[in-house]
Design a protein around this ligand. Structure first.
Ligand SMILES: NC(=O)c1ccc[n+]([C@@H]2O[C@H](COP(=O)([O-])OP(=O)(O)OC[C@H]3O[C@@H](n4cnc5c(N)ncnc54)[C@H](OP(=O)(O)O)[C@@H]3O)[C@@H](O)[C@H]2O)c1
Length: 309
């Protein structure tokens, strides 16, 4: 099978490629990125650059390679940046999808689009696939617009919605645990929301689900998430406990205070994964097992940037 991947340096794609390599997969992969940067080769797969994912070069690259499946993992995922830089957020989160859906229409390829529990307002999570989206912030609006575009324009599409991703070993990508551990090492305190809930997903579980989706090419919306629904604060408290760190460096705050002047966050978010469990036998790694592995991966690495919890 020919799999074209957009968003090569995302944490999600690193996990997908690691899994393909571990399975000794015979799939042909074409990896696209929007800029020249390290690494230019991920787990033996070379990265090809389409500067800024300009529409025509992106379209040409896809059309000339004729993939059976296109996985789009590219997105501006910083929720506050999306609120401030709306044109850029729309261009990346929706514009790329428009090109890919058009390519899929011409080639008859399957589109695999990643989406988010931020398409919901957070009043009644965790949400099943049948729940009605109602995004609170601009990031969520772009992700919902991309979903609707895929469903309307691509001939065959899987939309895979997921939750907060953690546990990447990729030093070039951001990870919430790595960021928090680095701050603690610097002696800093970490404000964390006590009333923002989701069920975070271990990045390896997301990769497994994506390969299932690529193999089955099943139509429609699927939810994949972790097995533990908890607040941002509780997530980090448990991580610190597991790492043997003093959790008193965490400052529990209500979202109203923590996100004042920033993009609003859905409070009771998260996803129910019944459909993925039934169709793909998707079962997430238990949180208690995934957390130590994620912490181990992050022990040696430094933080790659600022993250707002
Ligand atoms: N992170 C989460 O917790 C989370 C939660 C729910 C859903 N999701 C969704 O899951 C997908 C993957 O998320 P992720 O966290 O794995 O992604 P990520 O690590 O934040 O990486 C996103 C990728 O998008 C591309 N990108 C970023 N800024 C760009 C720009 N200005 N112009 C063009 N391309 C740009 C980059 O890939 P290249 O450099 O290779 O082009 C980047 O590596 C996204 O669709 C996201 O919305 C993420």
């Amino acid at each position: 099978m020919k799999l074209l991947i957009v968003g090569a340096r995302s944490k999600t794609v690193e996990a997908v490629l690691r899994l393909l390599r571990r399975r000794r997969s015979s799939w042909e992969v074409l990896l696209l990125s929007h800029r020249w940067a390290e690494p230019m080769n991920i787990h033996g797969y070379p990265v090809h650059v389409i500067p800024a994912y300009d529409r025509q070069p992106l379209r040409n690259a896809c059309l000339s390679w004729e993939p059976e499946v296109i996985l789009n993992a590219a997105a501006l995922t910083d929720v506050d940046a999306c609120e401030q830089e709306r044109n850029l957020a729309w261009r990346v989160n929706v514009g790329i999808v428009e090109v890919l859906a058009g390519v899929c229409r011409i080639l008859g390829s399957h589109l695999l689009q990643l989406s988010s529990d931020y398409v919901f307002d957070g009043n009644a999570g965790p949400y099943p696939e049948t729940a009605r989206p109602s995004p609170l912030n601009y990031y969520g609006r772009t992700k919902l617009a991309a979903e609707n575009l895929c469903l309307a324009a691509a001939p065959s599409v899987t939309i895979l919605r997921t939750t907060q991703i953690y546990g990447t070993p990729a030093p070039w990508a951001e990870d919430v645990l790595r960021w928090a551990l680095a701050r603690v090492r610097r002696g800093e305190h970490i404000p964390a929301a006590v009333d923002v809930f989701t069920n975070p997903i271990f990045v390896d579980d997301l990769a497994r689900a994506l390969l299932c989706a690529a193999e089955h090419r099943e139509e429609g919306i699927f939810h994949v998430a972790g097995d533990m629904w908890l607040s941002r604060y509780e997530f980090l408290r448990r991580a610190f406990q597991a790492a043997g760190l003093d959790a008193s460096v965490l400052i529990p705050l209500p979202a109203e205070e923590l996100y004042r002047g920033r993009a609003p966050r859905p409070l009771r978010s998260g996803l129910c994964c019944e459909r993925a469990r039934q169709r793909w036998r998707f079962v997430p790694t238990p949180f208690e097992e995934a957390l130590p592995l994620a912490l181990y991966r992050n022990q040696a690495a430094g933080s790659s940037g600022e993250i707002t919890l």
